[in-house]
Every structure is written in structure tokens, then in C-alpha cells.
Design a protein around this ligand. Structure first.
Ligand code: FES
Length: 81
């Protein structure tokens, strides 16, 4: 699974770097290094909503506060499917 995080300037200001750090931590914690790949991307054109994170065609708006939730629901949840 590839999780793409926007590192465009607007998302950067909203904490994309922190979100990458949280996701890396979660991946290490669950030993998913071989299953989940983090990718950076430039502006996805959805800056207003928050930090843009994409899994496949699904776009999510994250903040550092809801990143753990996102990981549990969308990353772990999808891996279990
Ligand atoms: S800077 Fe991230 S979507 Fe625009």
C-alpha cells in the first residue's frame, strides 16, 4: 500500500512533516515496513482542507491530531480487508 502525503507549502505549514513522523512511527510499531510505503507529493490542489494524504484514489484531510485515527481506520483497516 502506498500512502502519499502532500509536502506542498500549505500542507507543510499545517504539519505534513509531523504527520509523516507519526505515520513512520506507526509503521514501525506495527512492523509494516514491507507493506506500507510513504510517498511525498507536491500540492494536490486541496490545500484548504488540511494536510492532503492519499491512498489510491481516496484523498483524506489530516492534521497531526487525527493521524493516529486515520492510521488505524484507513491503513490497518484496509490491510485487514
Ligand atoms: S499544499 Fe498540499 S494540497 Fe496543496
Amino acid at each position: 500500500m502506498v500512502v502519499t502525503i502532500c509536502i506542498g507549502s500549505s500542507c507543510h505549514i499545517k504539519g505534513s512533516r509531523e504527520i509523516v513522523r507519526i505515520l513512520e512511527q506507526q509503521i514501525a510499531l506495527h512492523k509494516l515496513e514491507n507493506k506500507v510505503e510513504l510517498n511525498g507529493s507536491f500540492c494536490m490542489g486541496q490545500c484548504v482542507k488540511g494536510v492532503c494524504v492519499k491512498i489510491g484514489e481516496d484523498i483524506f484531510s489530516l492534521s497531526p491530531e487525527n493521524t493516529n485515527n486515520f492510521f488505524e481506520k484507513e491503513v490497518l483497516g484496509r490491510l485487514k480487508e
